[in-house]
Every structure is written in structure tokens, then in C-alpha cells.
Design a protein around this ligand. Structure first.
Ligand code: CTP
Length: 412
């Protein structure tokens, strides 16, 4: 097991602070899994047998950074000055009912914390105390499942307790190139049959769905989820078709810098639904207002924009800007895929590189200095100057001002 020096030192510091506060500390969950797999993961999850909030405070007192305490969950998140995040949790007893026979060892509270977790590979801990530093605590065969590339639940109630774990099983399976083992797959199918996903809080499902779409291969994730559980819990008419797969693959090939790619994938996923059906999904899953808007914008605007961008002849930059500036980057990128036209792609690319975000060097202040009273006329004039800047290629403020003066003179 290779621990990066930076992480190693940090863990030692966390432990020292815990010890000073009379608490024991263990690295748990995802970071342990990723350490054993030699996959980078800088976000640390630490279980404290003691008061997590107190440790967070002491750690920040010592190292700087900020921390937030979530009282209700007994957890605290520290963000250090270098951006590393440490989640600290007070070890808590599992809340789904106690298993018949837990081994009685000194780590009983950590065991109980681990027992309530989703999969064996996510339920290991590393003791980071000075005496035992680096000792792996693996009560459920996580190390063996890492070696055998298996996603396995710890107990049979797991998907009943928390059906969002069905999405998590797929996410880890596809991310790591593992396989959901047969018994676990059987439990998923049983839970799907009981329509557990339909009975689960939509907001929690939404969060897991977003995480899936943020992975490297969202298309593979959704395809597998459909095969295993269907997508009816999102919308009864939703299908991930060959067409959806092509849409996803095309998005993956694009440069998506500055956008939220998961939203483009979700747009692609909902492409087969009507506007009303997609609006139902957006509302029921309580996406944020600006996410809902971007999701539905594609349905409302894409046909009109594609038609405009396919017109022959020249489209001045100012006209491109007027039509495309109000459209989100996610929608524009989705349109580039959907338009299936070199001309559409070229024009959107031109808009993105030459118009989007272009601002004037002059401002309303300059118009005031010209003696113009503030009012709606300002916006008209500045808009006209911006159009001219794009179409005529103004390079400096003097050119803008000259054009503005002409607008004023012409009574715009
Ligand atoms: N967990 C769980 N059931 C859930 C969500 C989380 O048991 N429905 C547990 C898992 O043990 C997981 C830990 O809580 O390892 C932390 O959750 P999260 O940060 O979502 O998982 P990571 O394993 O850290 O995943 P990632 O690598 O995607 O950050």
C-alpha cells in the first residue's frame, strides 16, 4: 500500500490531534479502498471514536483552513488551505438493526460504523494511531473482494435499507471494472421487483444519478443500470436506446470546459421524453431551478436554433450573438451533437470563440459623460455598439465611442 507523503503526514497530524483530545482515529471507506487499489483520492474520511467536531476545531486551530460542523449527523468537514478535504465522523452505531453476532474486539464502535456501509470494498478502515499505524481493519472480506474485483453487500438487507445503493453498486462496478457478484445482483433484482426505487426519496436518487453522470463513462453506467433495474423509477417512458448511446458517446468526445457535462448527459438521457415528461422529471427530482431551466431549454429551443444555424448565406456575428447568448453552454453543446451538421457546429464554435462573453470597453459611464441622461436608451445604444464591435471588428475603446456618438447623433 503506497500512501503519498502529503497524505501520510496529514493522517499523522489528524491522529496527533485526536490523541491530544483523547480520541482514536481511523481512515475509512473510499480512501481506504482507493489506497489499496493505488488510485489517487485526496478526500479523506476519518472516523473518530470521540467528538468529531472538537477534533475538526483543533485541527483547524493548528493548521489553518476552515471547518463546518453538521451537528445532526455528528460529522464535521475540514477544508485545509491547500484544498484537501477531511470528513470527520463520530463513530456511530449502525442504525439498521444489530446483527446477531458481532465479534467482540476493541474496535467495536468502528466495526459498527463499518457494518452500516454499502459494500465490502467500502467498509474497511486503516488504524492511524501511532502504535498501530497502517493496520488494516477488514471485517467483511473487503480486501479479498478488491482482489477478486467484486461488488458485494455486507448483509442481505442492504438494498432494502437504502435502495440508492443500487445506483452506487453500478457506479463502483463500472468505475473500477468490477462485477456485482451474483448474490448481490439477486438482492438488487429482488429489491427492484418490490419497486423499492419508486418508493425512495427522489432527491437522494437524483444525487446518486448526478454522481453516475459525473463518472468517466456515464453511458456505460446508465446502460448497466437499465439492464439491472430499468429506468422506470426516473420516468416510466424512459429508455436508454442505441440513439441515447450515440448521443452520450458524442458528448464524451467534445470539449466541455466551462460547462457542467453531467447536465449535458442528462439532457441526452431525457431526449426521448416529451417536454412535459421531461419537465415532470425535472420537477419531481427537485433539480435546482437553474438546472431545470437548462434541462428544458434544449427541448424548447434546439429545433429553432438548428433551423436558424442551417440557413444558407452569411449570418453576421451580431445576429449569432443575439440568438445564442441567452442559451446555456450545456444546451449549445447538446445542440452541436443533435444538429448533426457541419454548418451548425461551425457556427456554434464561432459564437463560442468570437462572441460569447465579449464585452465592451466603454460603459454607461461614458454615455453619461457625453451628457446623455440614464435610461432605457443606454441599453439600446450599448447593444448597437456591441453588435458593431462584433461585425466590424472594433479593436479599441475609441472605435466604440466613435460609433456610440454616431448612434446618439442618429437619435437611437
Ligand atoms: N455509504 C453507504 N451507503 C450510501 C452512501 C454511502 O454505505 N448510500 C458509505 C460507503 O461506505 C462510502 C462512504 O459512505 O464509502 C462515503 O460515501 P461516499 O463519499 O459517497 O463514497 P466514496 O466511497 O468515498 O465514493 P467516491 O469515491 O465516489 O467519493
Amino acid at each position: 500500500m503506497k500512501i503519498a507523503k502529503k497524505v501520510l503526514n496529514l493522517l499523522k497530524e489528524v491522529e496527533a490531534v485526536a490523541r491530544e483530545n483523547g480520541a482514536a482515529a481511523y481512515l475509512v471507506g473510499g480512501p481506504v479502498r482507493d489506497l489499496l487499489l493505488n488510485r489517487g483520492n485526496l478526500d479523506l474520511d476519518v472516523v473518530i471514536e470521540g467528538d468529531a467536531a472538537q477534533i475538526a476545531k483543533s485541527l483547524v486551530d493548528k493548521k489553518g483552513g476552515t471547518f463546518v460542523v453538521h451537528k445532526r449527523f455528528g460529522t464535521a468537514t475540514v477544508t485545509l488551505k491547500n484544498g484537501i478535504k477531511i470528513d470527520l465522523a463520530t463513530a456511530r452505531k449502525e442504525y439498521y438493526g444489530r446483527p446477531a453476532a458481532l465479534p467482540t474486539v476493541e474496535f467495536s464502535t468502528v466495526i459498527e460504523d463499518l457494518y452500516r456501509r454499502d459494500f465490502t470494498i467500502n467498509a474497511m478502515a486503516i488504524d492511524i494511531s501511532k502504535k498501530q499505524f497502517g493496520r488494516l481493519l477488514d471485517f467483511f472480506g473487503g480486501e479479498k473482494d478488491l482482489a477478486g474485483k467484486k461488488i458485494r453487500v455486507i448483509h442481505d438487507q442492504s438494498f432494502i435499507d437504502d435502495p440508492t445503493r443500487i445506483l452506487r453498486a453500478v457506479r463502483f462496478e463500472q468505475r473500477l471494472g468490477f462485477k456485482i457478484e451474483d448474490h448481490t445482483e439477486g438482492l438488487i433484482k429482488a429489491s427492484v421487483k418490490r419497486r423499492m426505487l419508486e418508493a425512495t426519496g427522489k432527491e437522494r436518487l437524483r444525487d446518486e444519478l448526478i454522481l453516475m453522470l459525473k463518472e468517466n463513462e456515464p453511458g456505460r453506467m446508465i446502460k448497466r443500470l437499465q439492464a439491472l433495474a430499468g429506468l422506470g423509477f426516473i420516468h416510466p417512458k424512459l429508455r436508454f436506446t442505441k440513439k441515447s448511446e450515440v448521443f452520450f458517446n458524442e458528448i464524451k468526445k467534445m470539449e466541455t470546459k466551462g460547462s457542467e457535462p453531467w447536465l449535458i448527459y442528462l439532457t441526452a438521457l431525457l431526449d426521448g421524453l416529451s417536454l412535459k415528461e421531461a419537465a415532470d422529471v425535472a420537477r419531481q427530482f427537485v433539480f435546482k431551478k437553474n438546472e431545470q431551466e437548462r434541462l428544458l431549454e434544449f427541448k424548447k429551443e434546439s429545433a429553432g436554433i438548428i433551423k436558424l444555424l442551417k440557413t444558407k448565406g452569411k449570418i453576421p456575428l451580431s445576429r449569432l450573438r443575439r440568438h445564442l447568448e441567452p442559451i446555456s453552454l450545456e444546451t449549445l453543446l447538446a445542440i452541436m451533437v443533435k444538429g448533426r451538421s457541419r454548418l451548425v457546429n461551425k457556427r456554434i464554435s464561432i459564437f463560442l470563440s468570437e462572441c460569447k462573453g465579449v464585452a465592451l470597453k466603454m460603459s454607461g459611464e461614458d454615455l453619461k459623460k457625453m451628457g446623455l441622461p440614464a435610461g432605457p436608451r443606454f441599453k439600446r445604444i450599448l447593444d448597437a455598439v456591441l453588435d458593431a464591435k462584433l461585425d466590424k471588428g472594433f479593436k479599441n475603446k475609441a472605435q466604440e465611442m466613435k460609433f456610440a456618438r454616431r448612434c446618439v447623433k442618429n437619435g437611437l
